[in-house]
Structure formats: structure tokens, C-alpha cells
Design a protein around this ligand. Structure first.
Ligand SMILES: Nc1nc2c(ncn2[C@@H]2O[C@H](COP(=O)(O)OP(=O)(O)OP(=O)(O)O)[C@@H](O)[C@H]2O)c(=O)[nH]1
Length: 847
């Protein structure tokens, strides 16, 4: 049932008028108006002029009228104060909520807001009390349900949300123990309410809508950004609507139904063009001139959204004489025209200037004019406080009229219906029945209040002569009275209640969003703290082990290197000692090739040594490989598994010539001790001695010589001496030549050993092989160091990240707690804004 019934006095009066009307249905002849019972809109002067009254009764009537006027003004002033106060409060709250929205919008840029996932299917988990409260508000979103949402419970819900949160935290802890694989927040999601009221994010792909949670966090944040901007824009609209002190009454209906005639009848002035031909081609808003500083003006507006009364560039000033032509103009030059007009009638008589609220009457083109204009009529629905639908009694509801009423019911369930041109109807009862039946089907709510909302009148019969004191027909006077009550009653409902409901829904959503983000921050904090605690021992162990491991690797490498060097030198020395084996079995090629023979012996010994060196290189490779394995295992024992980079394959590459070069010299062919201090004679003697001893034995030789000397005599001896010396020399030569293969072997072996042992050759080889090993081991050492450093860096950066998470989640928790508290505090304030009170006062002031 419509919730703004006029109060007792008004009710009685309306009942009497209903009786009048019902009587009227039985008998078309209207009853004379009972002025003693009439209130409100009936001009006092008219009452005084009634010819049937005695002087005393006329005085008391005058007193009563004056008292009524006084009461009217008192009520109007009180209502105005109350309405103004409510508006101011709501405006303050709208600004605060806009600020909060903007704060969230900015916050979303710095730190993406977590948008909780709501499951599509019903879940067995209990819902929060916030959800219950918001569902309550959702169900009361239509202001026609009259009763205010029970916010007391939702407020207590909000204030108890901290305890809800703490229970969430406990649950989170339990869940995180049970399942580490899935995010605890995903499991927490179902605990929050199923859907948002206002902050619901819808992702439409083609005709299908998909869950936003299939998107990345960044994309969800940008969707939320857009939603928050939308909210701010809507809040601005609500602000403008609440701040707008006027009430807009849209007069609409079929072509030629008499809309303009009806507006003129309300204004008691021939203002708008009325014609049998379709004549209204644009929206025409009639306002009281007081809102235009008292000037009667006509503003033709090309762009409605840019119109500013104080900026003449946004409209064209039109002379009053040209209004008819302008309104009938079929061009698209102007979107609408605003007519500021003075109403000379008393406050309580005027509809536009009634002392309570500025009313703007908007005459519109006929609904069935063309589709563009019809669409425009629907588009104006949102900013309209009251819709007056004018239907011709002759035509009843046309197709476009029915369509309009059905659609309008979504926005405004109650429509004020004026059945005009009733004077042209002969069977008035039948007409009323038929039209009321149509209304019952099209707008049941309006039908239920047909007494107040459906009026059968003849606007064309209203006297518009300037200064005329003629009374309106009672039906029309009653219509004016009810229209006024309806406009004032609807003012609070159409302006303030939607604003309040929207604020409540938005604040509940912000509360839920803040709650979800508090839980999210809390979960992240706990996660980070747990991970930090888990990682810390490993990090500390790594720091402790770092120097030890590097020293250990260094030692292992050095020990291998020095072992290889030591073994190489020792084994190479042993090989040098055995170098004669290389020449043992060499065949002597004869005197002619003795030089080559010596050369080959050197090469042979050198090759033997080279072979030994190659063997030692192989051995060094093996030892290095073993050492690499040990080093890598030691590193992996402290670090994670990592690939070994050092390889021994490339050791001793390229192959270097490591042979020992010994030069063959002439002296190498004679194994005669040549001492610089000894004379050549000594050499000859010894050579001879060796030659003689070799050929026949020294003693035998000397004895033979003595025997020969004693027989031949000294003279003969002198003669024999030369041949003897020659013979001896030849013998010596023969010996040397004969001994040469052995001598050269002995000499060269000795010389080779001497060259190898007394030079730095062996040391050099030892150092070279050790150096190659160190090179490889050092690579592995460096890799170990790198791996160690990397592991430390990873741990440190993870630690830093976790510490950042700790800090940011702590900040987020504090931030959303503030948002939550603000939303909570604002919700309390919005809740105590009493709009019902305003509605009652509106009704009272009209009564
Ligand atoms: N008999 C009678 N004629 C009326 C009444 N009201 C309006 N008319 C006539 O109906 C015709 C149309 O009136 P308008 O006021 O121009 O109708 P409208 O709905 O504004 O027309 P458009 O704006 O062109 O859609 C005019 O000739 C009026 O004189 C009425 O109550 N009784």
C-alpha cells in the first residue's frame, strides 16, 4: 500500500470527496462544494465570497481560514526546516562516502585491492551478519516498500565484524595447517557474503558473463577502479539531486490528450500552446520565476547538459510572445525550453510557488509522436520526482500509453493519472470503469490508491482568464490538492530515500571489501611470518658455512695440486734414472752413421721421458677429477644440487712439446776423461795405455819393447821410434773407433741424465702439470663460491621480500581497519537520518 497517505484531517476530506466522486459516477451533475469542510488548496477569498453565508458565519469562516493559513505556514516552515536538515545531513554523508570511495580508488592504485571471490553455488558455510544485513537492504531497495531497512541489526553487525574477522583468522590458521597447497583465502572466500550490492564486478564477454576471478589481479583492480569511479559519479548525481530544492513533475501522455491544456489549467494561465493538431515538439519546463531571481523569462536550450541559468551563452532568451511558435517548432535546434513564470496567486494556492518546495512542471511531446522523443521521455525518468500521465477519456490507454506505464512501473510504481476531456464523455460511469480496469492491469499500485491518484477532469473547462475568481470544478480542485500532496510526499521518497539506500548499500559493500582485505592482509602477514621463520635457520646456516666451505674447497684443491706436483717430480726423476733403457737395444749402424746414431739415442731418451710425462699428465687428470668430485660433493652438501662446471677433458690442451733436447757434440764420441788441467800427452798416454791394454796387455807390450830395445840397440831404436809411434797411434785410433759405440752411449746417457736432473726441466714439468690441475680446480672453486653467493642472495632477497610483505600487509591491515571503521561510523550516521519523518511531515504540511 502506498505509504504517504495524508493524515487524519486530509483523509476525512478525501473520503468526503470520494463520496462526491462516487456520487458523481451515479449522477453526472456535480454537487456544490462544501467549503466548510474544504482545506488546504481552497482560496480563502473564494470562501468569503460565498453568497449563502450570514455575516457572523462569514466572520467565523474568515477566522477559520486565517487560522488555517497560519497553520499551513507553520507546518510548511517546520517541514521545510526538517526537510532541509535531512538534506544537509545526507549531503554531508554523500560527500563523506564520496571521499571514502575516492580514498579506496587512490588506494587501489598504490596497492591493488583484494576482491574476494564469491562462489556461484550455495555453500554450507555460515554467512556473516553483514551479508544478512545487506540482503535485508537489498530486499528493501524499492522505496515503495515504505519501511526502512532495519539497519540497527546491520550496524551491530558492522561493529561486530572485528570478532567475525578474528574468527576468520582462527579458521585461516586451521585451514593453513590442513592445506598448504591451496590459498587459504580462496577457502576463506565462501565465508564472505555471496554478492556485493553496488561493488559487484561483472565481466561480460559477448552475452555471457564470466567470473572476474578468471582475470589477473591487475585486471580485477582496474575493473574495480572503473566501478569506484562509477560510484563516485552516481554519488555526484545523488548529491545534485538531493541538493536540488525543486521537485520535477513530468506531464506525459498520448498525443493530443490535453497535456498542455492541463499544465495551463494548473498554472491558471494561458501559457503553453494547446491545439487540436499535435503541437508540443519539445520538453517545456515551467518553473516559478523566483528561482530566476524573480524574472519572467524563456530560455531555449540547445544542450541541456550544458545549461546554466547564470550563463547566457548556454541558452537563448526568447520573448514570451514567441513561446507558442518555439514549442511548436519541429526543428532540432533546441533540446528543451525553460519557462520562468510569476504566479500572482497566494502561496497556498500556487502549485509552483507553494512555500514548501519549488515545483517544476515539464510538459513533454506526445508519447506516440515519434520513437526518439518517446525514448527521451523514458530517459528523463530518473530525475523525475513525480510522473503525471494524461490520458484522453475519449481514447483510453493507447498502445504507447500502456507501454509507457508498464515500463514506468520499474522506476515509479505509483503514477498520478489524469483522465482528461471527461466533459466529452456521455456515459461517464462506463468510461470510469473501463479506464480503472485498464489501470488495475497496468499499474496495480496506482489502482490501489485510485482515490488519490486517478482523477477524471476536464482541463479545458478551467477558467484561465487573468484575474478571474471563478472557482475550479470540484474534481479539478481536488486533483490539485492531491497532486500537491503527492509531489510533496514523493519529494523525500524520490530524492532522499534512494540516496540513503544507495549510501547504505555502498557502505555495506565497502565494509565487506575492507573486511575481506583485512583478512587477506592478515593471511599474507601470517604466511610471510611463517615462511620467514622457516627460511631463517637455512639462511643462518648458509652464512655460518660460507667461509668454512670456501676454505675447505681451497684446501682440497691445494692439497691435490701439491700432491700432483710432488708425484710428478718424483716419478719423473725415477724415469730419468732409468733413461738408459731407451738406448739399451739400439743397433750400431757403423762408423759412417755414428752421428745419426748419437742423435737417435738422444731422441729415444727424450721420447721415453715424454711418454712418462704423458702418463703423469693422465694421472694428474684422474687425481684432479677425483678432487673435483670431492669438492662438488662438499659444496652440494651445503647448497642445493647444481651442475659441475669444471671439466678435466680440456686439461693439457693443446698438447705441448715437452721433450728434453740434448745436443750431440764431438766429445760425446770419446769416452776419455778430458781435463783442462791435464796435458794432451796424458791424454795420449792414457789413450795408448787403454789401447795397449786392450790390444795385448800393457805388461806384455812393455816387455816386448824392452826386449826389442836391448836386441836392436839404442841407435836402432831411434830409427825404429817413428814407425813405432805411428804404429801405436794407429792402434790407439783403432781402439777409439772400436770403442766409439759404447763411449757415445755412456756419454750421452750421462749427459742426458745430467741435463734432466741438473736443469729445472723436471721442476718445470711438475709445476706445469700442477698448474693445469689448479686451473681446473679453481674453476670449480669459483663456481662453488658463485653458487654459495647466489644461494645467499636468493635467501636474502626472499627474506627482504617477506619482510616487505610483512610490512605492507601490516600497513594494509591498518589501512583497511581505518576504512572499515570509517564505513561503520558513516553507516551509523546514515542510518539515523529519518526519511520517514520527512515523508510524514510532508503529508502533515499539506493537510
Ligand atoms: N473538450 C475538451 N477538450 C480539451 C480538453 N483538454 C484539452 N482539450 C483540447 O484537446 C486538444 C489538444 O490539447 P493539447 O493540450 O494541445 O494536447 P496535448 O496533449 O498537449 O497535445 P500535444 O502536446 O500536441 O501532444 C486541444 O484542442 C484542446 O482544446 C478538455 O478537458 N475537454
Amino acid at each position: 500500500m502506498y505509504g504517504v497517505k495524508p493524515l487524519g484531517h486530509f483523509r476525512r476530506n478525501s473520503d468526503s470527496n470520494l463520496d462526491d466522486m462516487q456520487d458523481g459516477w451515479a449522477s453526472p451533475k456535480p454537487k456544490p462544494l462544501d467549503l466548510s469542510q474544504s482545506v488546504g488548496f481552497i482560496p480563502a477569498s473564494s470562501t468569503l465570497q460565498s453568497p449563502s453565508m450570514s455575516p457572523s458565519s462569514s466572520v467565523s469562516t474568515a477566522i477559520r481560514a486565517a487560522a488555517r493559513t497560519h497553520q499551513y505556514r507553520m507546518n510548511a516552515a517546520q517541514e521545510h526546516r526538517s526537510y532541509h536538515d535531512t538534506c544537509q545531513r545526507l549531503l554531508t554523508h554523500i560527500s563523506a562516502v564520496t571521499h571514502l570511495c575516492n580514498e579506496l580508488y587512490q588506494g587501489n592504485k598504490d596497492r591493488a585491492i583484494y576482491y574476494p571471490p564469491f562462489p556461484k553455488a550455495h555453500h554450507p558455510h555460515p554467512v556473516t551478519r553483514i551479508q544478512q544485513a545487506s540482503q535485508l537492504v537489498t530486499s528493501t531497495s524499492d522505496f515503495e516498500t515504505a519501511s526502512q531497512p532495519d539497519l540497527t541489526s546491520s550496524l551491530s553487525t558492522m561493529s561486530s565484524a572485528s570478532s567475525v574477522l578474528s574468527s576468520h583468522e582462527q579458521l585461516y590458521r586451521r585451514m593453513s595447517v590442513q592445506s598448504e597447497a591451496t590459498s587459504p583465502l580462496m577457502q576463506l572466500g565462501p565465508l564472505f557474503k555471496k554478492e556485493f550490492n553496488v561493488l559487484h564486478l561483472d565481466l561480460k564477454i559477448g552475452h555471457a558473463s564470466t567470473s572476474v576471478h578468471t582475470l589477473e589481479q591487475k585486471s580485477i583492480a582496474s575493473l574495480l577502479d572503473e566501478k569506484l569511479l562509477q560510484c563516485q559519479r552516481h554519488l555526484l548525481n545523488l548529491h545534485n539531486r538531493v541538493a536540488d530544492t525543486s521537485s520535477k513533475v513530468l506531464i506525459t501522455g498520448d498525443l493530443n490528450a490535453g497535456k498542455s491544456t492541463f499544465v495551463n489549467a494548473l498554472l491558471k494561465r494561458e501559457m503553453l500552446p494547446a491545439d487540436q493538431q499535435p503541437c508540443t515538439n519539445m520538453f517545456c519546463e515551467v518553473l516559478d520565476a523566483t528561482v530566476n531571481d524573480g524574472f519572467e523569462q524563456i530560455h531555449a536550450i540547445p544542450q541541456v547538459d550544458q545549461y546554466d541559468r547564470l550563463n547566457p551563452d548556454t541558452y537563448h532568451l526568447i520573448d514570451m510572445r514567441h513561446l507558442h511558435k518555439l514549442v511548436m517548432d519541429d526543428s532540432d535546434q533546441y533540446q528543451m525550453v525553460k519557462v520562468y513564470t510569476n504566479d500572482a496567486r497566494a502561496t497556498e494556492e500556487s502549485l509552483l510557488h507553494n512555500g514548501v518546495v519549488d515545483i517544476a512542471l515539464i510538459d513533454s511531446p506526445g508519447l506516440n509522436t515519434d520513437s526518439v522523443k518517446t525514448t527521451a521521455v523514458f530517459a528523463r525518468q530518473e530525475e523525475i520526482d513525480v510522473v503525471v500521465f494524461v490520458v484522453s477519456a475519449e481514447n483510453h490507454f493507447t498502445l504507447s500509453g500502456k507501454e509507457f506505464l508498464l515500463n514506468a512501473a520499474n522506476e515509479k510504481t505509483h503514477i498520478f493519472i489524469v483522465v482528461n476531456r471527461f466533459d466529452s464523455i456521455r456515459d461517464k460511469d462506463r468510461c470510469k470503469r473501463m479506464i480503472l480496469e485498464q489501470i488495475r492491469q497496468l499499474s496495480p499500485a496506482t489502482y490501489d490508491d485510485a482515490d488519490d491518484l486517478v482523477h477524471f477532469v476536464s482541463s479545458g473547462s478551467v477558467d484561465l482568464t487573468p484575474g478571474s475568481r471563478k472557482l475550479d470544478a470540484p474534481e479539478f480542485a481536488r486533483l490539485e490538492e492531491r497532486l500537491r500532496a503527492f509531489v510533496l510526499g514523493n519529494r523525500a521518497k524520490s530524492k532522499l530515500l534512494p540516496a540513503k539506500n544507495y549510501l547504505v548499500k555502498l557502505l555495506l559493500d565497502i565494509g565487506v571489501l575492507a573486511e575481506a582485505n583485512m583478512a587477506d592482509a592478515s593471511a599474507k602477514h601470517e604466511d610471510a611470518a611463517a615462511m620467514l621463520e622457516h627460511d631463517m635457520p637455512a639462511y643462518e646456516q648458509l652464512m655460518r658455512v660460507r667461509d668454512r666451505l670456501l676454505t675447505q674447497v681451497e684446501r682440497m684443491a691445494e692439497s691435490t695440486v701439491s700432491s700432483i706436483r710432488r708425484q710428478t717430480i718424483q716419478q719423473l726423476r725415477e724415469a730419468v734414472e732409468q733413461v738408459q733403457d731407451a738406448v739399451q737395444n739400439m743397433d750400431y749402424p757403423g762408423l759412417l752413421f755414428v752421428w745419426q746414431y748419437a742423435q737417435d739415442m738422444c731422441d729415444s731418451m727424450s721420447n721415453l721421458l715424454v711418454q712418462e710425462i704423458r702418463r703423469l699428465e693422465g694421472q694428474a687428470k684422474n687425481e684432479t677429477e677425483q678432487s673435483l668430485v670431492r669438492i662438488h660433493e662438499a659444496a652440494e652438501a651445503q647448497l642445493d644440487v647444481f651442475p659441475r662446471v669444471a671439466q678435466v677433458d680440456r686439461m693439457f690442451l693443446p698438447v705441448r712439446d715437452v721433450g728434453l733436447v740434448v745436443q750431440v757434440e764431438a766429445t760425446d764420441f770419446f769416452d776419455i776423461a778430458l781435463d783442462e788441467r791435464l796435458s794432451g800427452a796424458a791424454l795420449s798416454v792414457s789413450a795408448m795405455a787403454m789401447l795397449g791394454s786392450r790390444m795385448m796387455g800393457i805388461r806384455t807390450t812393455l816387455e816386448s819393447l824392452m826386449d826389442i830395445t836391448s836386441v836392436i840397440g839404442s841407435q836402432n831404436m831411434r830409427r825404429l821410434a817413428l814407425p813405432l809411434v805411428g804404429l801405436a797411434s794407429a792402434g790407439f785410433l783403432l781402439y777409439v773407433v772400436n770403442d766409439m759405440p759404447h763411449a757415445v752411449k755412456r756419454k750421452l746417457v750421462r749427459k742426458f741424465k745430467q741435463a734432466a736432473l741438473e736443469s729445472s726441466y723436471i721442476d718445470q714439468q711438475g709445476r706445469r702439470i700442477a698448474r693445469a690441475s689448479r686451473k681446473v680446480l679453481r674453476v670449480e672453486g669459483w663456481e662453488t663460491q658463485t653458487q654459495l653467493q647466489r644461494a645467499i642472495e636468493i635467501k636474502e632477497s626472499r627474506r627482504n621480500e617477506l619482510q616487505l610483505v610483512l610490512q605492507s600487509s601490516q600497513e594494509a591491515y591498518a589501512y583497511y581497519t581505518t576504512v572499515y571503521d570509517k564505513a561503520n561510523a558513516l553507516l551509523s550516521k546514515v542510518d539515523i537520518v529519518q526519511i520517514d519523518q520527512c515523508i510524514k511531515l510532508d503529508s502533515a504540511s499539506t493537510a
